[in-house]
Ligand binder design. Structure first.
Ligand code: 2AM
Ligand code: CA
Ligand code: CA
Ligand code: CA
Length: 257
């Protein structure tokens, strides 16, 4: 079956890319600014993306690609089969911490998420799954987290939104057990899949959330843009994902009130 084959291939590509990234940490990085001082890209982001796109073009030449770097960051629609790639999610962490960054790949067909992969490179933890598979950590199937309420759990957040109280992020945080800020969307989505966090509020682009959404779907999490509308897979948007109970509490008590 094609999907089985695709999973095996993607896992191989991820391991190959991660091996290269780990070795590269001993070399000097070439770091550039994109929109400003805190928005970085490195030669490794670009080389990882180029490697993954080369493989996709080799194996699936008819498919289309949406990816963060090097001019692949727009696509007119999600028609057909589309790969959505963040070659290094958490570039700031990659540069400053040499950990807490992920490679993320999603496969969508006619706008529907089929497969998602979030790979924490330094921990060698691959979270993957999709329609009909559930969610795995490496070879181990994960259990669906409990539907915890806002007052009972930790919430991943974007530091800027919390600090500026954008969409009441500060107040939402205070209503939870506490906020956590990792600086990496992949790490935050993993925390939800493990049941460590009840939700995540941020400002994200499609490649930051695509793989995560496929996996969140398998566990019944709810997500949308922060105003409750479907995510557009186009521009950067304020993003909310949470357990069903927490999602409803945040919408009713903080956003729509
Ligand atoms: P990136 O490292 O792939 O750019 C940090 O809050 C999270 O938001 C990271 O996952 C980061 O992904 C993402 N992000 C997207 N656009 C960003 C930007 N302009 N500045 C900082 N982080 C951004
Ligand atoms: Ca970036
Ligand atoms: Ca990202
Ligand atoms: Ca990135």
């Amino acid at each position: 079956m094609t999907k089985e084959k695709m999973i095996i291939e993607i896992k191989e590509w991820l391991k190959e890319a991660a091996g290269y990234i780990r070795v590269s940490l001993t070399d000097e990085l070439s770091v550039s600014q994109k929109s400003g001082r805190t928005d970085l890209v490195t030669n490794i982001d670009e080389e990882t993306q180029t490697f993954l796109i080369k493989r996709i073009n080799q194996y699936y030449p008819d498919d289309r690609i949406l990816a963060e770097e090097k001019g692949f960051d727009t696509l007119d629609s999600l028609a057909g089969r589309v790969w959505i790639i963040d070659p290094i999610d958490g570039t700031m962490n990659f540069v400053m911490e040499q950990e807490n960054f992920c490679i993320m790949i999603a496969v969508f067909e006619e706008g529907i998420g089929q497969l998602g992969f979030i790979y924490d490179v330094m921990k060698d933890e691959l979270y993957w799954g999709g329609k009909g598979y559930g969610v795995f950590l490496n070879d181990q199937k994960l259990l669906q987290p409990k539907d915890t309420s806002l007052s009972e759990g930790l919430l991943g957040m974007n530091a800027y939104m919390y600090g500026k109280n954008i969409y009441s992020a500060g107040e939402i945080g205070h209503a939870s057990m506490g906020i956590r800020v990792s600086g990496c969307a992949g790490v935050e989505l993993i925390a939800m899949l493990k049941g460590n966090h009840i939700g995540y509020i941020s400002n994200l682009s499609p490649w930051d959330y695509a793989a995560g959404l496929v996996l969140l779907d398998e566990f019944g999490f709810k997500y949308s843009n922060i105003e409750g509308k479907p995510l557009a897979f186009a521009k950067r948007e304020y993003f909310l994902a949470a357990t069903p109970t927490t999602y409803t509490e945040i919408q009713e008590n903080f956003i729509q009130k």
